[in-house]
Design a binder for this molecule. Structure first.
Ligand code: F6P
Length: 352
């Protein structure tokens, strides 16, 4: 009988880096189960690249990956440890050589993909990337797992806000995550029937939103839902401003976003005369059980990454293109994938 993979057995390390998202455990499970099935070995690496530098491992056997498919978070835990920044590149090289890892699968966002690509290109390390994030902003792939769950969570919240907004004739401003992209905002806004969606990719003057809400209320609709992405700019009187939760930066030096909904509401209320309330969804979007769609997508990513490791297809990222799982060079994974504006155009049909 033909065998899909070579008969050489391999040892594959798996790590999760950067922020967590629903579906990480489904990828870990898929890699581990594929290894067990083929007589290969899967080694869990704790807390991202930190665990590789420190050689802190968790064997991924039948027992450790049992019952985790539906769990949010990551059984391996995660960190934003950067081998280059921490002077730990040598430690990572030693770990891979001495612990005889044929490949390490790094599951992470765009920053992790860039770092993993650099470790492969500059140090020749046997690395493979798997893109994750609720933000759906990793270039080179159509969809990251975690995104569908975040959109569903945000949509459920918008549904709930609709009924209370309607009861009280209120404008509800809902802030969703997404860093510098509006994927979650546009998708949840479309699914939830938002009356306006504000995203980082498109400057929206406050007066435009206020006029839309006023028109809507003139038509007899006494409530409105505005969905705003955390990275959207506040555009008032010709000035554009990013609102931050604090002056501190996040682990990879990203600005810590948050607060745009409060700022937007404060500008909207006097312009419309309607009571305006704010809901910030925050990390609720990142936690909890992955949707069925995310579990399946994450499982496909895990199986593809395993096949790439087994075939020695290194320095590459598993990617979804259309309905196909493919391998693309990590060197081609550049920048951030911004929203397809056709979705915003579609949503505009329902504004005001
Ligand atoms: O990248 C995922 C994400 O949840 C973004 O949407 C958000 O801006 C950021 O992470 C928050 O990161 P942290 O949990 O480190 O504050």
């Amino acid at each position: 009988m033909a065998c899909a993979y070579s008969r050489r057995t391999v040892r594959i390390g798996v790590l999760t880096a950067g922020g967590d998202c629903p579906g990480l455990n489904a990828v870990i499970r898929a890699v581990a189960r594929a290894c067990i099935e083929a007589g290969d070995e899967a080694i869990g690496i704790r807390r991202g690249y930190q665990g590789l530098a420190e050689r802190t491992y968790l064997p991924l056997d039948e027992r450790t990956v049992s019952g985790i498919l539906h769990l949010g978070g990551t059984i391996l835990q995660t960190s934003s440890f950067e081998p280059f920044r921490e002077g730990a590149v040598e430690a990572v090289k030693v770990a891979i050589a001495e612990d005889r890892l044929d490949a390490v699968i790094a599951i992470g966002g765009e920053h992790t993909m860039a770092m993993t690509g650099r470790l492969h290109a500059e140090e020749g390390l046997p690395l493979i990337g798997v893109p994750k994030t609720i933000d759906n902003d990793v270039a080179g792939t159509d969809r990251t797992f975690g995104f569908d769950t975040a959109v569903q969570t945000a949509t459920d919240a918008i549904d709930r806000l609709h009924t209370t907004a309607q009861s009280h004739d209120r404008v509800m401003v809902v802030e969703v995550m997404g860093r510098n992209t509006g994927w979650i905002a546009v998708h949840a806004g479309l699914a939830g029937g938002a009356d306006w969606i504000v995203i980082p990719e498109v400057d929206t003057p406050i007066e435009e939103i206020a006029a839309g809400i006023r028109r809507r209320h003139e038509r007899g609709k006494d409530f409105s839902i505005v969905v705003v992405a955390e990275g959207a700019l506040l555009c008032v009187d010709g000035e554009r401003r990013q609102i931050r939760a604090s002056e501190e930066t996040g682990d990879y030096g990203y600005p810590r976003l948050g607060g745009i909904a409060v700022a937007l509401a404060a500008e909207l209320e006097p312009r419309t005369g309607f009571e305006t309330r704010v809901t910030v969804l925050g990390h609720v979007q990142r936690g909890g059980t992955p949707t069925a769609t995310d579990r399946i997508l994450a499982t496909r990513y895990g199986i593809k990454a395993y096949a790439m490791a087994k075939a020695g297809e290194l320095g590459a990222m598993a990617a979804l293109r259309g309905s196909e799982m493919v391998a693309i060079p990590l060197s081609e994974v550049e920048g951030v994938k911004t929203v397809d504006l056709a979705y915003l155009e579609l949503a505009r049909t329902f504004f005001s």
